[in-house]
Design a protein around this ligand. Structure first.
Ligand SMILES: *Cc1c(COP(=O)(O)O)cnc(C)c1O
Length: 378
């Protein structure tokens, strides 16, 4: 069997080990320490916001953002449907109800038309959402201008789930910095990783301090352990923040590599019948965290699942596009707004989409092996 090719494995640079060693040398192993403070500063500076809170997952960051916006039991939160379940689970943690919003074809992210219809209905029913979670998938920002202007018109705050789009820009500004709060993830398969981790970013430094307080068990300023508020154990450790600092230094390089991998796929497979690669919207700079292609069954004669299976037989890890959350048994009872009445973009992308191996460790010969395998089918 040939060596396994992973979808998006970790890729460590030169500095991570040195920072981790430093944490060991100084015995800063706990979820406090100089690497955490530095990582937060460096991340905030990289994306251009006033502050960041380093956490043990992106999911934790989403949860804290919802609580900061006062989302409570019985509230409604709008959320992109085409995403990983972690985008919406924190809505359930708060006892609130998600309403799912479809994608549009240009960015594959949230559809302004669908969002507008969802708002019109909720205004009619006099129950506006408490927040809107806009997800930016596969390395590309959602079309923020029209989405933000709708949310602003209704006076509803925005959380950007930029777990997959760290390093991307929209009209020159970093993905994750458009909403009231932005969320990043440093899980093992993301463009940079701390093995597991996340961050909450914002220009509201007071809110971020509150998030830090909740993330460390909400301990009051007292000589004994005293608590007046409910907290969580959500902080990143100083050791892992050291990995994050090293990874942040090579993020731009990783983006260039992933974009090159995308270009190679397009060059080698762009003429395959029925293949359409995820578009890069005008004004948007994608990291191409994953190279994703939608495969038209009529034109290509291939089902996306068959392609994933064939690659797997050759020890190559590919994946279907996210199964939309409105199709998940967990969210069976939730409302859903499609891009157009009777036409759901996310359903189509789920049925036709495949994510190709896109890690920055991928070699040219790996790409050749993947493409050869696909070429046998088309
Ligand atoms: C990875 C991911 C998350 C969750 O991040 P974790 O750090 O794994 O908790 C949330 N949303 C999206 C879109 C993701 O891809």
């Amino acid at each position: 069997m040939k060596k396994r090719i992973y979808l998006s494995p970790p890729h460590i640079g030169k500095m991570e080990k040195a920072y981790v060693d430093e944490a060991f040398r100084d015995n800063w192993i706990a979820p406090v320490g100089p690497h955490i403070d530095a990582f937060e500063r460096e991340l905030a500076q990289y994306v251009g916001v006033k502050g960041a809170v380093a956490l043990n997952s992106g999911t934790a960051a989403l949860h804290l953002a919802l609580r900061l916006l006062g989302v409570e039991e019985g509230d409604v939160v709008f959320c992109s449907t085409l995403t990983f379940v972690a985008s919406a689970n924190p809505i359930l943690y708060q006892g609130a109800h998600p309403v799912f919003i479809d994608s549009e074809p240009n960015s594959w992210n949230m559809s302004p038309q669908a969002l507008e219809r969802a708002f019109m209905d909720s205004a009619k029913n006099e129950k506006l959402p408490k927040a809107v979670i806009i997800v930016s998938l596969y390395g590309q920002s959602a079309d923020m201008d029209p989405l933000l202007s709708i949310c602003k018109r209704y006076g509803v705050p925005v959380i950007e789930d930029a777990a997959e789009s760290l390093g991307a820009t929209y009209k020159g500004k970093a993905s994750g910095t458009f909403g009231d709060f932005g969320v990043y993830s440093f899980n093992g398969n993301k463009i940079i990783t701390t093995s597991g981790g996340g961050a909450l970013v914002s220009n509201d430094t007071e809110a971020l301090n509150k998030a830090r307080f909740w993330a460390t068990q909400a301990r009051d300023q007292a000589r004994h352990y005293q608590h007046s508020d409910m907290g969580y154990n959500y902080r990143l450790s100083n050791v892992l923040a050291g990995i994050g600092r090293g990874q942040l230094q090579i993020l731009d390089e990783r983006i260039r590599t992933r974009r090159n991998i995308y270009d190679r796929y397009v060059r080698l497979l762009g003429d395959a019948p029925g293949f359409s690669f995820m578009p890069e919207m005008e004004g948007s700079y994608s990291t191409r965290w994953l190279t994703v292609v939608s495969i038209d069954l009529q034109q290509s004669g291939i089902r996306s699942v068959e392609l994933v299976d064939r690659l797997e037989e050759n020890n190559i890890e590919a994946r279907a596009v996210w199964k939309p959350l409105h199709l998940q048994p967990l969210f069976e009872k939730c409302l859903y707004y499609s891009h157009k009445e009777g036409y759901s973009v996310s359903d189509h992308l789920f049925a036709t989409g495949v994510c190709f191996p896109s890690g920055s460790t991928l070699e040219e010969e790996d790409i050749q092996r993947i493409v050869a395998c696909i070429r046998e089918m088309v």
